[in-house]
Design a protein around this ligand. Structure first.
Ligand code: ADE
Ligand code: ZN
Length: 347
């Protein structure tokens, strides 16, 4: 009885607390309903007959099985309006969850490879982010991800395409098929990106070994590691991540859907926190993995019995690990702390 009351209170606090999300692929927020609407608008035929059929196809056994479907879905995105509508749909949902700051990944190569101009992609996304700032009071940063299954030369070409828009982009990142595509492959591209003033992040240690996390730190000089859950296999690496306070953008529902962990109860995020790692919670590709940020926090809380202190710590971590300026970070952290309910959950 008492416990149910505590969980209830904790969940309602989670739902309304001010949030930040640092690991969200905008193409991964494409809901089947919008996929169908855009296919119709652009006269594209989909290999699915209905929205239900699309949802049934979302059963994955590893990262690659997801990526194959994710890249296929992204083909309905063609015009600036499509990229605007995609981004705006995510931001409306984010607003309903009290997400106050978001750092969004986009994968330009998924689109430029099909003949869509870089400018079309980024202008649609950027305009929605601007509207979210004025209409929804959501701040944001944009991160350009290179597709690591493609060559370093194509990544460099993409970086050059981005230069005229660099005032709209805070950082570069690295995503797609991790195994067999180590960070070292992109050292020159990241060197050039940092010279041009971009910050850096990279997916590492999602499916790949701890060695890939070392490379992301030493060769790509990243400020954050996306996922990073396999760091626990290397105690020296954990020590380094703790000492340098490198944030990990962990995505619980994604990790279960892509079989990084068999069930949410097997997820190691509580263990990561106990080691003193700077864990943040994120949704990754919410339209594909069954939940947005709030659902990620609620699911992890229930399965791992996370305490209010642990949740508060992770959300504070997210604001601190963001690429916002310090006064903006501090204001959001204050709002977060003021959102704490009095009573059992704060003890
Ligand atoms: N692209 C979109 N989601 C991704 C993930 N979880 N890992 C690697 N690449 C991705
Ligand atoms: Zn990701």
């Amino acid at each position: 009885m008492g416990e149910a009351l505590i969980v209830d209170t904790l969940e309602s606090w989670i739902r309304q607390m001010p949030k930040a999300e640092l690991h969200l692929h905008i193409e991964g927020s494409l809901e089947p309903e919008l996929m169908f609407a855009l296919a119709q608008r652009n006269n594209i035929s989909l290999p699915f007959k209905s929205i239900d059929e699309v949802k049934q196809a979302y059963s994955f056994h590893n990262l690659q099985s997801f990526l194959d479907i994710y890249y296929q879905g992204a083909q309905v995105l063609q015009t600036e309006a499509d990229f605007y509508d995609l981004t705006w749909a995510y931001l409306k949902r984010a607003s309903a969850e009290n997400i106050r700051h978001v750092e969004i990944f986009f994968d330009p190569q998924t689109h430029t490879e099909r003949g869509i101009a870089f400018e079309t992609v980024i202008t649609g996304i950027h305009n929605a982010l601007e509207d979210a700032k004025s209409q929804l009071k959501i701040s944001s940063r944009l991160i350009l991800c290179f597709l690591r299954h493609l060559s370093a030369e194509l990544a460099m070409e993409t970086l050059y395409q981005a230069l005229p828009f660099k005032h709209w982009i805070i950082a570069v990142g690295l995503d797609s098929s991790e195994l067999g595509n180590p960070p070292e492959k992109f050292k020159a591209v990241f060197d050039k990106a940092r010279q041009e003033g971009f910050l850096a992040v990279a997916h590492a240690g999602e499916e790949g070994p701890p060695e890939y996390i070392w490379q992301a730190l030493d060769l790509l000089k990243v400020a954050r590691i996306d996922h990073g859950v396999r760091c626990v296999e290397d105690p020296r690496l954990v020590e380094r991540l703790v000492k340098e306070e490198i944030p990990l953008t962990v995505c619980p529902l994604s990790n279960v859907k892509l079989r990084v962990f068999d069930t949410m109860a097997d997820h190691n995020l509580k263990q990561l926190l106990a080691k003193g790692l700077k864990v943040t919670l994120n949704s990754d590709d919410p339209a594909y993995f069954g939940g947005y940020l709030t659902q990620n926090i609620v699911s992890a809380q229930e399965a791992l019995n996370l305490t209010a202190e642990e949740i508060l710590q992770m959300m504070r971590n997210a604001f601190e690990a963001s690429f916002l300026e310090n006064p903006e970070k501090q204001a959001l952290i204050q709002d977060l702390e003021h959102s704490l309910p009095v009573g059992p959950v704060s003890h």
